[in-house]
Design a protein around this ligand. Structure first.
Ligand code: HAX
Length: 438
């Protein structure tokens, strides 16, 4: 397998770089941590390395050094499509190299051959109350696959540390192969008749997912999913889902345990669930006005929401200080395929008005849109209107990034993470508010 060979080839160079930093520069001070940072979610504290992706505040995400427009243009395209093969993206994330068509297709073939999901996983989902949130079902289904972990089994049998990554890689390929079917099953069980359409083996990973949720005939929706599943895949190592998954796998919890943990983080409204919140917000605006509001009406509505203490979903970001390039990529798609859609008109109107209103009180660090300000509108247009499913779509893509990080964490022998907590009293003593007890 090309991916395994490439990773194996690269490990010694990466190890050497890490060892050199450790050996010759271990006392170098990277930064200081202020009380402000500790009290505001460890914001901006540089705590880990990710060579898979990096979010530049003023440029946005780079996946293995490539910007979103570069990723979209340079990866091999799916058959009869202008959008990339997700298999190529996974190759890029895992190896750092742009794949040729054969290399991208090899990943797609591996996914095809490993996509069957054991029957009992469906039973686990069926045993849940129908009103369960799809993200809970998604996380549970991943957990249900955990007994399949090759790493967990081999570890018990005494796997040497130098081989951990190979088992993580196998588990990752197995999990990512099954993920579209799992998501499709949840969709069909929760909202339809419970049957998923048999996937066409000629289709690629992203289009097969579209087909399995009943969109086999919709070429544009397949294009959307190819775009969507590539651009949501990774956002460096320290956002909630990535960091949670990394932390959990640092205890040598396998891919299933660590990916499910990441998905539980993604399920929060300030993170992945924001896509669901955002579409609800847009629909609510329509319901309030019964039509596209005028600029004055929308401005008034945004101000009322803010003064009532609500956030405007899809706006702001913990790291980005510009419009999210993933938002821009989806805007371009919408301009091309659904320019007159009323919800898209509203997305554009909010984009025109909200940043300056949000910026007025100077509190928000980035008043511009993030990826979630538009992704729901696109799903809605193509008839996927089950809005509480939207975060699962994000999860299908994000598993690619989480698992790539975990494979490399094991390849480089990263240790268990164990930062340190303090008591409030300790901080008070350090700043001199209260006397240190003798
Ligand atoms: N609407 C209103 N107020 C906002 C805001 C928004 N969209 N974004 C930030 N603010 C406020 C914050 O609530 C904060 O106010 P307080 O000091 O009173 O608590 C202040 O502005 C400063 O926040 P910040 O430093 O600019 O932003 P944070 O790093 O703390 O938070 C968030 C980043 C993305 C969580 C935040 O901008 C937010 O809640 N946005 C709306 C939800 C959203 O779109 N989430 C998706 C983010 C992308 C993602 O992870 N997708 O998975």
């Amino acid at each position: 397998m090309k991916i395994r060979e490439k990773i194996r080839e690269q490990i010694p160079q990466w190890m050497e770089r890490i060892q050199r930093l450790k050996k010759d520069h271990s006392d170098f001070v990277v930064g200081e941590v202020t009380i402000e940072q500790i009290l505001s979610g460890i914001r901006g504290v540089q705590i880990s390395i990710s060579d898979i992706s990096y979010v530049d505040p003023y440029e946005g995400i780079r996946l293995r050094g490539y910007t979103i427009p570069q990723v979209l243009s340079l990866l091999p395209k799916a058959k009869n499509s202008e959008m990339p093969l997700a298999g190529g993206l996974y190759y890029l994330l895992l190896t750092g190299e742009l794949p040729n068509r054969d290399e991208a297709e090899e990943v797609e073939d591996i996914w095809r051959s490993r996509s069957d999901v054991p029957q009992y996983v469906w039973d686990v989902i069926r045993a849940m109350p129908r009103e369960t949130h799809p993200m809970t079902l998604f996380s549970q289904a991943i957990m249900a696959l955990q007994p399949q972990s090759l790493f967990a089994k081999a570890y018990l049998e005494g796997l040497p540390k130098s081989q951990y990554w190979e088992y993580y890689l196998e588990d990752s390929l197995n999990l990512t192969a099954k993920i579209p079917k799992i998501a499709a099953f949840i969709f069909c069980w929760k909202y339809k008749n419970g049957e998923i359409e048999s996937p066409d083996p000629d289709l690629d990973w992203s289009a097969r997912f579209a087909q399995m949720i009943g969109k086999g005939a919709d070429r544009q929706y397949q294009e959307l999913m190819r775009l969507y599943l590539v651009i949501h895949s990774d956002h460096e190592g320290a956002n909630v889902s990535a960091h949670t998954s990394h932390l959990v796998s640092s205890a040598l919890s396998d891919i299933y345990l660590s990916s499910a943990a990441g998905m539980n983080g993604l399920a929060g409204p300030l993170h992945g669930l924001a896509n669901q919140e955002c579409i609800r917000w847009l629909i609510n605006v329509y319901e309030v006005f019964g039509r596209l509001p005028s600029d004055e009406e929308l401005e008034g509505y945004i101000r009322t929401q803010l003064s009532a203490g609500y956030v405007i979903p899809g706006y702001g970001h913990a790291v980005l200080r510009v419009t999210d390039p993933r938002f821009t990529a989806q805007m371009e798609f919408a301009e091309r395929y659904l320019p007159n859609d009323p919800l898209f008109q509203l997305v554009k109107q909010v984009y025109r008005l909200a940043p300056s209103i949000l910026g007025e009180n100077g509190k928000i660090k980035n008043p511009r849109p993030n990826v979630d300000a538009i992704n729901g509108c696109l799903q809605y247009y193509y008839g996927v209107r089950e809005v509480d499913f939207y975060t699962v779509l994000f999860g299908v893509s994000r598993i690619l990034g989480l698992t790539a990080h975990a494979v490399w964490a094991r390849a480089l022998g990263k240790p268990i993470e164990r930062p340190k907590s303090l008591t409030t009293r300790m901080l008070e003593e350090r700043v001199g508010i209260i006397q240190t007890e003798p």
